[in-house]
Ligand binder design. Structure first.
Ligand code: NAP
Length: 248
């Protein structure tokens, strides 16, 4: 359905969960994918082995998206290794849930730094690459939580709303260069990010979703490839909920 032949795609957090699904979908659509991660070496190694049949079309890189110097170093190497950059997916993200009264400064900073500053770091350097060819597609993995807010997620919701606000500004800055930036806003998706939720809470959340189930990684990947497609040229600064009917 999608064709990304001859395109280079960076997927942050692309070795596990939703990111792994996105990486696989782009590979199947013909792209060369640079999937990044920050710490879980064994998951990255397993992922690489599982997709070994894609050969040199899949590269795995390790760095922390919240550290500007590491992102800068990644892009320096990128320029030596890959000719162009067509697509960036800002997917790396974490949750550190806590009610506001007991949320520590670290819990606040870690979530904002990974989810929001990480998107700033990656977008900043990616835009410089994309401007060279006057073409680019950026997709942020925001969340329905950034629009709805959930108890215990002030840090997470702020970071996810921040990604949307970031893209509204950047969309206007880069529109003339044929670079688009959009957001997908998943609801509850079956990944390890939700593995720590108690059974009772899972039941409660599922009951709130009109479709009465959590979403699948492939269902999010489909929307990401849609925004990243050449044909989606006139869509920028937009948000798409993938949340089984749960909406703001
Ligand atoms: P996940 O399974 O926990 O995977 C997170 C990925 O991000 C991992 O590859 C991880 O690397 C990487 N990562 C984390 N911190 C990083 C950092 N500082 N620098 C670079 N990479 C980092 O999460 P997921 O459920 O797939 O979520 C992916 C995205 O979707 C997140 O932005 C999340 O907020 C968003 N989202 C998820 C849901 C959901 O229900 N699952 C709903 C809405 C939005 P390691 O493997 O090295 O740890």
């Amino acid at each position: 359905m999608f064709n990304f032949e001859n395109q280079h795609v960076i997927v942050t957090g692309g070795t596990r969960g939703i990111g792994a699904g996105i990486t696989e979908s782009f590979l199947k659509a013909g792209a060369t994918v640079i999937a990044t991660y920050s710490g879980n070496d064994s998951a990255a190694q397993n992922f690489k082995e599982k997709l070994a049949h894609f050969g040199h079309k899949l590269a795995i890189k390790k760095f922390n998206v919240s550290k500007t110097s590491e992102v800068e170093a990644f892009f320096k190497d990128y320029q030596n290794e890959f000719p162009t950059l067509e697509v960036l997916i800002n997917n790396a993200g974490i949750r550190r849930d806590q009610i506001i009264a007991t949320m520590t400064e670290d819990e606040w900073d870690n979530v904002i730094d990974t989810n929001l500053k990480g998107s700033y770091n990656m977008t900043r350097f990616a835009v410089l690459e994309m401007m060279k060819n006057r073409y680019g597609r950026i997709v942020n993995m925001s969340s329905i939580g950034g629009k709805l807010g959930l108890p215990g997620q002030a840090n997470y919701a702020a970071s996810k709303a921040g990604q949307i606000a970031l893209s509204l500004s950047v969309a206007k800055e880069v529109a003339k260069r044929n670079i688009t930036i959009n957001n997908v806003c998943p609801g509850f998706i079956e990944t390890e990010l939700l593995a720590d939720l108690p059974d009772e809470q899972v039941k409660e959340y599922k009951s709130q979703v009109p479709m009465k189930r959590f979403g699948k990684v492939e269902e999010v990947a489909h929307a990401v490839l849609f925004f990243a497609a050449k044909e989606s040229a006139y869509i920028t600064g937009a948000q798409l909920d993938i949340a089984g009917g749960l909406n703001a």
